[in-house]
Write a protein that binds this ligand. Structure first.
Ligand SMILES: NC(=O)c1ccc[n+]([C@@H]2O[C@H](COP(=O)([O-])OP(=O)(O)OC[C@H]3O[C@@H](n4cnc5c(N)ncnc54)[C@H](OP(=O)(O)O)[C@@H]3O)[C@@H](O)[C@H]2O)c1
Length: 286
């Protein structure tokens, strides 16, 4: 039975992994969080790996506060670069395959066709810079790794756009949402499924892969679809990014091309609209 270590176990993606792990029977999964495995502490990481042996480490730990990162660069670097480097060194030393989750924010968003894995990176904010530095650390240390760049994660767990929209719609009858940032919402349960598939197919096609749901949307489209799905009557007003300034600049366009993942790893990907329907159903039944 394969042994898997999941870091950042209380976060959204790790919770999704936990929620579907029973569907994958041949794995023994150990979940850790920042209290029992702080990835920024190199000695703890090394000790943890030395006491147990793992076939795969799924790194779900990250500093994810995109706007706050503009003020807390040191903290973001510590988790997203130093912490990732600590995991990569341990994976190298103890012969563990690292599955690391990265972001569409490594791109500047100036393209107008879907981003490939080897397109030029050029993050616009501190969060993206630190996530890219984490990727570089892995590529420098390891050959047996999967870096999965994903976008716009949401689910019935953790904090995310879908849950924020549902919450604010309870006491408002109007909301403004930007319609000039284009990407793809990704149901974190689908990403968790894809990660399990990578583990199960026993491939050595290591490298960087894009994973988002299929399709293209603006945040405005995403908001409308959420309200549509649950029959909430609310006036959704499309606005421009300039009318909703945030401390961190976001890519205007971050649709990801998933051809490499589909052909190398034979993973099929649901359309975001279909996955949203399932996510809403799961959210309402929780
Ligand atoms: N959410 C998105 O829209 C999105 C989009 C693209 C890519 N991603 C990437 O996807 C991955 C998963 O995101 P998510 O939405 O699941 O994030 P999340 O809900 O914010 O979870 C991140 C987890 O990392 C933990 N963590 C932070 N510092 C740590 C440390 N030093 N040691 C161990 N754990 C630590 C946090 O625990 P504490 O709360 O205890 O600090 C938190 O539980 C991340 O790599 C993120 O960059 C996310």
């Amino acid at each position: 039975m394969k042994k898997i270590l999941v870091t950042g176990g209380n976060g959204q993606l790790a919770t999704c992994i936990k929620a579907i792990e029973k569907e994958v029977t041949n794995l023994h999964i150990v979940y850790t969080d920042s209290s029992n495995l702080n990835i920024t502490n190199s000695e703890s990481v090394d000790l943890f790996f030395s006491e147990n042996s793992y076939d795969f480490c799924i790194n779900c730990a990250a500093y994810t506060a995109v706007d706050l990162a503009e003020k807390e660069e040191g903290k973001a670097i510590l988790v997203n670069e130093t912490g990732v480097k600590n995991l990569a060194l341990a994976c190298d030393k103890y012969n563990t395959v690292l599955i690391h989750v990265s972001t569409d924010f490594v791109f500047d968003g100036y393209k107008n066709t879907a981003y490939n894995e080897n397109d030029q990176t050029n993050p616009r904010g501190i969060y993206g810079v630190t996530k890219l530095k984490g990727e570089f650390a892995i590529r420098e240390i390891l050959t047996n790794y999967f870096i999965i760049r994903t976008s716009w994660l949401y689910s019935e767990y953790g904090n995310n756009f879908m849950k924020t929209m549902l919450r604010v719609s309870k006491d408002r009858n109007e909301i403004s949402v930007v319609d000039d940032q284009i990407g793809t919402p990704t149901y974190a349960i689908d990403l968790a499924m894809a990660i399990f598939k990578i583990i199960n197919i026993e491939t050595n096609a290591y490298g960087i892969y894009n994973y988002s749901n299929e399709g293209v949307a603006s945040w405005y489209d995403f908001a409308c679809a959420i309200f549509d799905e649950c029959n909430v009557k609310i006036d959704v007003k499309p606005i421009k990014t300039v009318d909703y300034p945030t401390p961190a600049e976001r890519p205007k366009f971050s649709v990801l091309n998933k051809s490499k993942l589909k052909s190398n790893l034979n993973i099929s990907i649901p359309h975001w609209r279909d996955s949203l329907r399932i996510a809403m159903r799961n959210f309402n039944s929780n």
